[in-house]
Ligand binder design. Structure first.
Ligand SMILES: [Fe+2]
Ligand SMILES: [Fe+2]
Length: 398
């Protein structure tokens, strides 16, 4: 069921002050997203986080966000060597640590307005699409728009990294695999470093940071407050990390700015380990230790988060900042969805993510048709992240 839009083309609606219209459009959008969730128990699980993220916008409040953790901390005083592969990943992670303040050349001067060293190529945006709505940018304005889009994306990477920092601490506490605790501790360090470098890059070099996207806040809130340890792994280590790996690879390929390129190369190397941590943990658990009812719930939960990530990261923070008086939210959604750069981002992100869902056993025939309907059928048989080399990840097929 969907509430039909009474907004587009409605003269009464157009007459409303822009801030009121922005809120009403957003609420309608959010309500429709929730109504589209098919599995009632998944909807029930997501609803409290959706209220906090989408309607109360806790991520944008002035005071820090506090989330109530409800998971069990798993101790083992026998200190078992219980997973050799995880132990090898831990050794590798210790070897590959790097220092965000020393190993990157922060002396590089970054000028977002320099067309000779673009943060993103001009072909990232379909300028003709905007012109069709009467929005025509000159050269300088185009550069300014690309700076804002890049800052928006990097800001979401930064907020996602803070989520990963907290989530990796939680999964380290909650995992029943002892070798996973050793490994998890290295990921906590990795994520702290990622927060450090993205934050510094935005603050010192781009001098612009956007607030967290409400949908991203909702996903993070859901993971932090869920008591089931495997959902934390599924949400953060498979879905968010998988998506991030694709996003970082795409930006790595697109940017000409040398400091950002090197920063992303190093982060990608770390992130590949993080996704593998999720695969190593969940593959045996989901393919052998769950009841059918429990597995179905995970399948549906993962699918709804994928839908959310596929349809709702549309840079509304940018829209509300500069375009709400010229375009409706729906027109903006079409523009962003069809932007060539965004389409490439989406493709690579789901090319990374969907095979990982197959690898942990959550792409059963029961849900396959739904993924195919979203256009993800071609990704299903691609290699999972643990079968990819670093060169594959940096090469980001397109
Ligand atoms: Fe990270
Ligand atoms: Fe990560």
């Amino acid at each position: 069921m969907q509430i039909p839009s009474f907004i587009d083309g409605n003269p009464l609606f157009k007459a409303l002050p822009v801030p009121v219209r922005i809120r009403m459009e957003a609420y309608l959008d959010h309500i429709n997203a929730l109504l589209a969730v098919e599995n009632a128990s998944v909807l029930k699980q997501m609803a409290p986080s959706a209220v906090r993220g989408l309607f109360l916008q806790r991520g944008r409040a002035d005071e820090p966000a506090k989330m109530k953790a409800t998971h069990r901390v798993h101790f083992d005083f026998k200190y078992p060597a219980d997973n050799a592969k995880m132990r090898r990943l831990y050794e590798k992670a210790k070897r590959l640590q790097w220092n965000g303040s020393m190993d990157l050349d922060w002396s590089i001067d970054v000028d977002p307005m320099n067309p000779e060293v673009p943060l993103m190529g001009r072909e990232f945006v379909d300028w003709d699409h905007l012109a069709g709505h009467g929005i025509v940018f000159n050269q300088k304005e185009r550069q300014d728009f690309l700076w804002r889009v890049t800052s928006w994306m990097l800001s979401q990477f930064l907020h996602g990294e803070q989520g990963a920092l907290m989530a990796s601490a939680q999964v380290t506490e909650a995992t029943p695999i002892f070798d996973g605790k050793y490994y998890g501790a290295t990921q906590v360090m990795d994520e702290a470093r990622h927060v450090e470098v993205f934050s510094r890059y935005l603050e010192d070099k781009l001098q612009l940071r956007y607030e967290i996207n409400d949908n991203l806040f909702t996903i993070i809130d859901g993971l932090m407050t869920d008591s089931r340890w495997d959902i934390k792994f599924l949400g953060m280590q498979i879905l968010v990390e998988g998506l991030a790996l694709g996003a970082f690879s795409t930006m790595y390929k697109m940017t000409s700015e040398p400091l950002l390129k090197e920063l992303l190369r190093r982060v990608i190397q770390d992130e590949a380990r993080h996704v593998n941590f999720g695969l190593l943990t969940l593959r045996p658990y989901y393919t052998g230790q769950l009841t059918e009812k429990e597995r179905i719930e995970r399948e549906d939960w993962a699918f709804e988060v994928v839908v959310l990530m596929r349809n709702r990261f549309l840079a509304h923070e940018l829209y509300e900042e500069a375009f709400a008086h010229q375009l409706t939210r729906r027109q903006w959604n079409t523009f962003v969805s069809e932007m060539p750069g965004m389409a490439l981002f989406r493709r690579v992100m789901f090319e990374r993510l969907v095979p990982n869902l197959r690898a942990i056993g959550l792409l059963t025939p029961r849900v396959m048709a739904r993924y195919e309907k979203m256009g993800f059928g071609e990704f299903v048989h691609m290699p999972a992240s643990d079968e990819l080399t670093e060169a594959d990840l940096l090469g980001a097929t397109a």
